[in-house]
Design a protein around this ligand. Structure first.
Ligand code: GLC
Length: 549
């Protein structure tokens, strides 16, 4: 069994103290002027990431795919889509990533393949094909309707009728994304082989797409109706949210799979520790925490999406953090997600000052932060004209605002046309944000007040401060309702974080902490030394204060 322990020198492991940076490969850097980002493009920007101060990059899927869901419909788990480059480009990127002192995490999509994957082509060719049972097939009910009431996350029924085999197949997402049958040992073996393929090449870990979906109720029971608690607080409630999803995912035997996967990963730890972080949208915290495993022998971390579900105010945020801290199994490592390729951009949710506060929050909470490309610039959602819309979810459920294109637009590198993402005469696959002339790496680099400079400072402090990257967390009670204040401490180092979520000035009396030194403020106009008996925070201001212990 592999447990999560610091290495033999007492230092935290790379994925614990480090910061992960998510790259959506289509949108980071185009190197061959086709309007779509690619692997050589990413390689050409590694120096930027190294200087930014992140520790690992996670690439959304780079595999061959018909792109019905932009790569989350995989047609071959052990190859690279030509639009992103070649396997040689991948090997070069990995080598350069490691040479830059960074780690590389790949997206792994176990719940479903593309309907173009040769496995599914065989599976649907006949009921007698040896691969038929690799997917979730079921007979119609006597009246010809689907086997049960399960719904696709992207709208409509989760079952698709297949005339040739005379059966329905399950697709929890698009009908072009049929669900694999993980109870078939051959499926598990083939998928673990794919994992080994990349581990053998040297990747450092995996982000596991909808990790809790892979095991469903074997009896295929109907889901009961729900009172309608939305999946995401920032997305409106769709048809999917009319059910309680008791039976279409998360069957307890999912844990057996992740225990086995952990062993596969653990068998590589001899060279260097590898990791898996699962995308697990669960908000029953006991159930969520169960994915660490009873003996911390399953996923290294389930992503924690809790902050996306609570109101952006001090009390709600603190309550969420305290709940998660309380539910973590002993020795389990926390994490908090504020952004990714499925969520509205942070400034579009909380405003620009709120986004600065959010930067401080997530880089000072206990656990592993994951940034999404462009967060560090303050990139906001980009309105997409209807004729440029790409995301299949948005197209299937028009009017609901569920489309994810606004948060997937090209990275803004400089103030040239197309923001340095692709040459000026090329049309990028999604439009570049109209704010690119001011919101871009080159311009922000020279502006001490920019979001980029704030991220640099926070990342630098986090890296050099054991209290911040691996110390304890303790909320401070003597704070006004609108402020979230906490201590991070390791050995004799102690840092106080004070975050004002309101748009009014707040005065705090934290006399017990004496004096401190302001290390970073989300605003610029601060005296370096502060008396904590009289700490005033401007509207939406966050400060990081070093305390002499
Ligand atoms: C996950 C991915 C999302 C994708 C879906 C289906 O939620 O993050 O982008 O559409 O899974 O694979």
């Amino acid at each position: 069994m592999t447990t999560i322990r610091p290495d033999s020198n007492g230092s935290p492991l790379w994925w614990q103290s480090g910061v992960i940076y998510q790259i959506y490969p289509r949108s980071f850097q185009d190197s061959n002027a086709d309007g779509v980002g690619d692997l050589p493009g990413i390689a050409s920007r590694l120096d930027y990431l190294q200087a930014l101060g992140v520790d690992a990059i996670w690439l959304s899927p780079i595999y061959p795919s018909p792109m019905a869901d932009f790569g989350y419909d995989v047609a071959d788990y052990t190859a690279v889509h030509p639009i992103f480059g070649t396997m040689a480009d991948f090997d070069a990127l990995l080598a350069q990533t490691h040479a830059a002192g960074l780690r590389l995490i790949l997206d792994f999509v176990p719940n479903h393949t593309s309907d173009q994957h040769p496995w599914f082509v065989e599976s649907r060719s006949s009921r007698h094909n040896p691969r038929h049972d690799w997917y979730m097939w079921a007979d119609a009910r006597p009246d010809g309707s689907p086997p049960n009431n399960w719904l696709s996350v992207f709208g409509g029924p989760a079952w698709e009728w297949d005339g040739a085999t005379g059966q329905y197949y399950l697709h929890s997402f698009l009908k072009q994304q049929p669900d694999l049958n993980w109870r078939n040992p051959a499926v598990k073996a083939a998928m673990f082989d794919a994992v080994r393929f990349w581990l053998d090449r040297g990747v450092d870990g995996f982000r596991i797409d909808v990790a809790h979906y892979i095991m469903k109720d074997p009896q295929l029971r109907d889901n009961p109706p729900s009172s309608g608690d939305g999946r995401f607080i920032h997305k409106p409630i769709g048809e999917y949210d009319t059910q309680l999803h008791l039976y279409d995912h998360g069957h307890p035997d999912v844990h057996t799979v992740y225990r086995e996967l952990r062993q596969v990963l653990g068998s590589y730890d001899g060279s260097r520790p590898r990791m898996a972080v699962g995308e697990i949208h669960l908000f029953d915290w006991q159930e969520w925490a169960s994915y660490y495993g009873r003996n911390l022998d399953e996923l290294h971390m389930p992503f924690n999406f809790g902050l996306l579900k609570v109101e952006w105010q001090a009390r709600a945020v603190r309550q969420l953090v305290d709940t998660v801290e309380a539910v973590l199994p002993a020795g389990a490592w926390p994490n908090y997600v504020l952004s990714n390729h499925d969520e509205s951009r942070i400034p579009s949710r909380y405003g620009l000052a709120g986004a600065r506060l959010a930067a401080m929050l997530r880089l000072t909470l206990r656990g592993t932060p994951t940034l999404y490309y462009g967060d560090e610039l303050g990139m906001a959602d980009v309105p997409i004209p209807p004729d440029r819309e790409q995301d299949p979810w948005g197209k299937r459920e028009p009017g609901l605002g569920v489309g994810r294109d606004p948060e997937r637009t090209p990275m803004q590198w400089d103030d040239s046309p197309n923001a340095g993402f692709t040459p000026a005469n090329v049309e990028p696959w999604l439009p570049v944000s109209p704010d690119y002339r001011t919101v871009n790496v080159q311009t922000e680099r020279d502006d001490p007040a920019s979001m980029l400079n704030l991220y640099w400072q926070l990342l630098a402090w986090r890296r050099q401060s054991p209290a911040l990257h691996s110390g304890s967390y303790q909320p401070v009670e003597q704070a006004p309702d609108d402020c979230f204040v906490y201590l991070r401490r390791r050995a004799d180092e102690c840092v106080l974080v004070a975050l004002n979520f309101s748009n009014q000035e707040q005065r705090l009396n934290l006399r017990a902490f004496g004096e401190g030194k302001v290390l970073v403020s989300t605003r610029l106009d601060r005296a370096e030394r502060v008396r904590l008996a009289d700490l005033s925070l401007g509207s939406s201001e966050g400060v990081l204060i070093g305390l002499s212990s």
